[in-house]
Ligand binder design. Structure first.
Ligand SMILES: [Zn+2]
Length: 420
């Protein structure tokens, strides 16, 4: 076993009065403590102080891998419903088959610092952690008190169990300005989208470098907020003529590039600073239609959809002096709304169409050295190999984590496979 720290073992049910307790796999997580964890090479049970939690985590992993909404390769019979997909995942059918047999093979790791044990069905598999996402987001947690509000909640309002605050901003629906008959493309089946794979710690934890990081329970912090790079739309499913409908793909009516929508933003009881920040946030500091600083809005962002430029064409203020009237005021997209140059620099890079211009925005790639350095086509497999080569949970830090947005080089090197 190469990955020091992750070991093979099994969970065995208690043998009572010489007779094995009959349990179904579906109910093997029970409030009664009847499971023990054994190392493969030892007959004494391991001391596991968080057994209930560990077994709950294992049950959650089982549920996730048996959900086609999460596990894109899931197929009950081991055969993929999608002819284009070579491999499928049976949702750990061996575990299902162990029904009634009282022993579940597992991989486990024990954290010396916090004394917890983690169970999984695969060595580089999903481990369930006791820290929840809420624990991990740190200061990025949603505001819960009117006394301590971030700028966004102060302006857009918030609601928690204890207190709430109304919004001082109202945004109307955006209406299409062009001809609805010509503004849309034919329906497009989008490539599959799935949720983030947060179990890949080097990409999701703070300063991802994480020397010996094994779990989210070791002082981990989520790195930051998610942004999407601008990219060319290439997200149409190539097999779209006969789409395999899953819970992860979608048929969409897409608006053609270059169409215009109009909407209003109403503000009330706003300070000068807040107004300045609101204008910057809408225009990203450039109030012109040809600006390269764009937002990403709506569905399909990782597929290249949703790049939109917001331009303020008119700003009016209602004045109560001499009766009641509307007055045009000049739009002033001030540039001094950032607390630090580093943050400003990072945000500008994230929103600029130029950052990724001419580049392929994709998952890390695998190159085959045998085919003259060509990119491997079986990308489904290839992606896994990159991630596996980059980081094996254990005693070594990951080779690469996602670059900081403010960093000059935003690329990750390809993984070159040896010729076969
Ligand atoms: Zn807030």
């Amino acid at each position: 076993m190469k990955n020091k720290g992750i070991l093979k073992g099994y969970v065995e049910k208690e043998i009572a009065r010489g007779r094995a307790l009959k349990r179904n796999i579906g109910e093997y997580i029970s409030k009664e403590r009847y499971e023990s964890v054994f190392c493969q090479s030892d007959t004494r049970p391991l001391p596991v102080k968080n057994l209930d939690k560990a077994m709950e985590g294992l049950a959650e992993t089982f549920r996730i891998y048996n959900s086609s909404a999460v596990n894109r390769n899931y197929s009950e019979n081991g055969r993929s419903n999608d002819v284009r997909q070579k491999r499928s995942h049976t949702g750990y059918s061996a575990v299902r088959k162990a029904k009634g047999k009282n022993v579940i093979p597992v991989w486990y790791q024990q954290d010396k610092e916090n004394g917890r044990t983690y169970l999984s069905f695969a060595s580089i598999g999903r481990y369930a952690y006791e820290n929840t996402m809420y624990d991990l987001v740190g200061y990025r947690r949603p505001c819960t008190s009117r006394k301590y509000l971030c700028k966004a909640c102060a302006l857009f309002g918030m609601a928690s169990d204890d207190s709430s605050l109304g919004s001082r901003i109202r945004i109307t629906d955006a209406t299409l300005q062009g001809d609805a008959k010509t503004a849309f493309m034919d329906d497009v089946v989008l490539q599959e989208l799935a949720g983030p794979k947060i179990s890949y710690l080097p990409f999701y934890t703070g300063s991802g470098q994480t020397t010996k990081m094994l779990t989210y329970d070791q002082n981990a912090q989520i790195r930051g907020r998610k942004f999407y790079w601008h990219s060319e739309f290439k997200g149409a499913d190539p097999g779209a003529e006969r789409p395999a409908r899953t819970q992860r793909n979608a048929t969409m009516q897409l608006v053609k590039a270059g169409e215009t929508f109009l909407f209003q933003v109403y503000y009330d009881r706003i300070t000068d600073t807040e107004l300045k920040e609101l204008i910057w946030t809408l225009t990203l500091g450039e109030n012109t239609a040809d600006s390269r600083r764009c937002h990403k809005i709506g569905h399909g962002k990782p597929l290249g959809l949703g790049s939109a430029k917001i331009v303020i064409d008119r700003q009016q203020e209602r004045l109560a002096e001499n009766g009641y009237r509307l007055e045009d005021v000049p739009v002033e997209p001030a540039d001094d709304v950032f607390a630090s140059f580093r943050i400003k620099n990072a945000v500008l890079k994230l929103v600029s169409m130029d950052t990724t211009k001419g580049r392929d925005v994709c998952y890390p790639i695998v190159m085959s050295s045998s085919a003259g350095g060509s990119r491997s086509n079986s990308n489904e497999d290839a992606g896994h190999r990159w991630f596996g080569a980059n980081y094996k949970p254990g005693n070594k830090p990951a080779r690469y984590s996602l670059p900081d947005a403010a960093q000059k080089d935003l690329t990750l090197p390809a993984y070159v496979t040896k010729s076969r």
